[in-house]
Design a protein around this ligand. Structure first.
Ligand code: HEC
Length: 151
């Protein structure tokens, strides 16, 4: 148990160190950052689509598949943010410049998404709980798109 606690602390320190590196340094070019975040959203949306089909009864509910999708969505909800690098609101992107200018508000909406996707992992165990958690999850997507994504 003590060993586990120590390795968890180690992981937290490593994660902290990662955050300390300026995000822009992770991408050679602005276009790479744009591709990275779009790819993260594409993966996220694909799995939201699968869960949504189950929630609507268009596909039979399968707990293992639902859990798998929910875990992928939860993981993906942590990915796009480091790719919101300076000068990345022009080019092949729908990011509004306001998102970079209002980084704190943008981050808050990202945190909100992560709170909902974490709940989705537990909720995906049964059809009823999945159905109940799809609304708040979709709401977190929409809340940010309405404000910070171009049509
Ligand atoms: C905090 C803000 C925020 C949240 C929350 C958010 N998105 Fe997005 N999303 C964006 C922005 C900004 C873009 C535009 C990215 C770009 O074009 O560079 C985007 C783009 C996308 C795209 C298009 C990707 C592409 O290839 O062009 C999809 C699909 C998407 N989001 C789905 C989702 C889904 C599904 C959720 C919720 C589960 C979600 N997003 C939550 C901000 C957000």
């Amino acid at each position: 148990m003590k060993k586990l606690a120590i390795s968890l602390v180690g992981a937290a320190v490593a994660a902290g160190a990662l955050y300390a590196i300026p995000a822009a340094a992770q991408f050679a070019k602005v276009e790479d950052a744009i591709k990275y975040r779009k790819a993260s959203f594409t993966v996220m949306a694909n799995h939201v689509g699968r869960l949504s089909a189950m929630a609507k009864g268009e596909r039979p509910f399968d707990a293992a598949a639902a859990q798998n999708s929910a875990k992928i969505i939860d993981l993906a909800s942590h990915l796009p943010w480091e790719a919101m690098v300076p000068n990345s609101a022009s080019g092949d992107t729908r990011l509004k410049p306001e998102a970079l200018a209002n980084a704190a508000e943008f981050k808050q909406l990202g945190d909100k998404l992560q709170a909902e996707t974490a709940k989705l992992v537990t909720a995906s165990a049964s059809l009823d709980t999945l159905k109940a958690q799809m609304g708040p999850t979709g709401g977190a997507c929409k809340g940010c798109h309405d404000k910070f994504r171009k049509d």
